[in-house]
Every structure is written in structure tokens, then in C-alpha cells.
Ligand binder design. Sequence first.
Ligand SMILES: Nc1nc2c(ncn2[C@@H]2O[C@H](COP(=O)(O)OP(=O)(O)OP(=O)(O)O)[C@@H](O)[C@H]2O)c(=O)[nH]1
Ligand SMILES: [Mg+2]
Length: 296
Amino acid sequence: MILAGGVVETGGKIIKGGEALDAMLEELELVMLEADMGRASIEEVITALRNELVGNRLRKGADLSKVVEASLKRALRTLLSAGYWDFDATVDSLLESGDLPVVIMMVGVNGTGKTTTTAKIAYRLKNKGRKVVLAASDTFRAGAIDQLEIHAERLDIRCISSQRGGDAAAIARDAIEHAKARKMDVVIVDTAGRMQNKLNLMEELRKVHRVTKPHLVLFVGDALAGNDAVEQAKEFQRMLKFDGAVLCKLDTDAKGGAALSIAHATDKPIVLAGVGQEYDDLKQFDPDWLIEEVFT
Ligand SMILES: Nc1nc2c(ncn2[C@@H]2O[C@H](COP(=O)(O)OP(=O)(O)OP(=O)(O)O)[C@@H](O)[C@H]2O)c(=O)[nH]1
Ligand SMILES: [Mg+2]
């Protein structure tokens, strides 16, 4: 990225607030806006950055624009690392604690990638030798059960469902009972996509939550939804509380700024990244990778 500032000629200068710094910060604001980061988060980050910079001494010959950009990257890295937990290590330690099965509940609005991510997580855990059961608790969308069952068949994993429409919470409970009876390790509950403002759907989700008492709730966000993903995450966090987020579709030309805003707005970390439609297209979320994406 090219910034307005040049090399500061007389070394050892104190960084002052003023036009030159403002111009640089404005350019960085644009970079973040273009990456779909929300305005509220951007403003907070920029204010913190300005406060950090003004009054600091610039090393002789240092390029102010580079110093500013490096500070911003550091601030964003801190934002993305706050409260971070490692998905695999967390599941391992839950398994070790012996409270089986470990229940993972997936939530999010329509089409963000919940079902695909459910299958990807199942694949990931199965490859580690874990015995996994899926709960088809999306009884809302026609075709949702078949979609999950096809994945289950391909992965050779049991999927508990009820073709009768049925009660999402009851299906999840059946899956947990099934897993308990067979000493299986993990139940992943796929739920229906919903608009965050539809109260009855949210109520159903809360019922699933109440009944299953999940060890982990993962909010699935769509990187392509940009700023909307942030509003969704905030509303879900308000209604349900989730432990971490999965940001899907980071393989598309989405600029990933949603990750920064979700982390900022909900105080929950992004823990996994969906990077394609294959089962192994699920990665541990890497803040540095995302920050480079935002700046290129
Ligand atoms: N490129 C890409 N596509 C993805 C990714 N994750 C999911 N998708 C696609 O996004 C679409 C929606 O994914 P689903 O898993 O069905 O989303 P959902 O949240 O379960 O949707 P509903 O059940 O309708 O709420 C599908 O076409 C997936 O293949 C990803 O990481 N990258
Ligand atoms: Mg689904």
C-alpha cells in the first residue's frame, strides 16, 4: 500500500497530530472500509492508533507511514487474538474431561455455511479417530435434512434426523442419547438458518440450546456478507451467546474485514476459517493471514 507520508528528514521527531498524520489515518480507514470492516470498529481502531502514536518519538530516518501501518497491523492482530482458543485443543481437553459426548452447536443466519462446516468439522474429528454423530436439527428448510444426510453418508458417520418435520430440540436430544448409549465422542448439532430478527426462530434455537447444553456454540458467518455479518453476530451474541466464530467463504474475493468487526463487536474470537467447499477446506483461523489480505 502506498501512503501519503514520506521519510521524515530530521530524525528523532515527536509524532504530532496534524494534517500529515490525518491523511495517513484516512488512507488506512479506506483500506479497512474496502475490506468490509464496520465503521464503528474502524473508528475505534483509528482513535486508539492516533492516541498511541501522537507524542511518540520517531526514530531518525524512520518512515512515518510505515510506522503508522505497522502500529495498525499490531492493533488488528491484538483484536483478532483476544480471547482466542484453539479449536482442536479445546475439543481434546473437553474429551479428556470425560463429560461425553462433547456437544457442538452451530448457529447463524441462512446460507452462511453451517451445514457445510458441520460436515467439515465431522471430517476433521473423524480423521483424529473421534466418533462423531450429527444432529439434523434444521427442520425448517426443505432439503436441509437430505443435505446433511448426504454428507453423513459420504463421511460414513451417523446422522440423527426425523423426516416428519419434527422438533429441532428433540432431534438434538436423540442424537445425544444415541451418542451416550454408544460411548461416542462428539455430537454436532446443525441448526436452521434464521434471520436474527425473527423472534420465534431465535426462540427455537434457544430451546435447542437449553435442551442440549452445548459445550461449544459456534457462530458461522459469511465473509461475503461483510458488514451484515457483524450485525448478525451481535444479535446472536445478545440472544444466545456463542463461544467463537467460524468465518466461511474466505476463499472467495471477500476481503475478510468482517472477521475484524465480528471479533471487535462480540468480543469473541474467530477460531476457524472456511476456505472452500471440500471437507478439508477448514483451517485454524490465522490472524496474520487475514491482516495481509486486508492490506493487499
Ligand atoms: N466457497 C465456499 N463456499 C462455501 C464455504 N462454506 C460453505 N460454502 C457454500 O455456501 C453455500 C451455503 O452453505 P450451507 O452449508 O448450506 O449453509 P447453511 O448455513 O447451512 O445454510 P442454511 O441451512 O440455508 O441456513 C453452499 O453452497 C456451500 O457449498 C466456504 O468456505 N467457501
Ligand atoms: Mg444448513
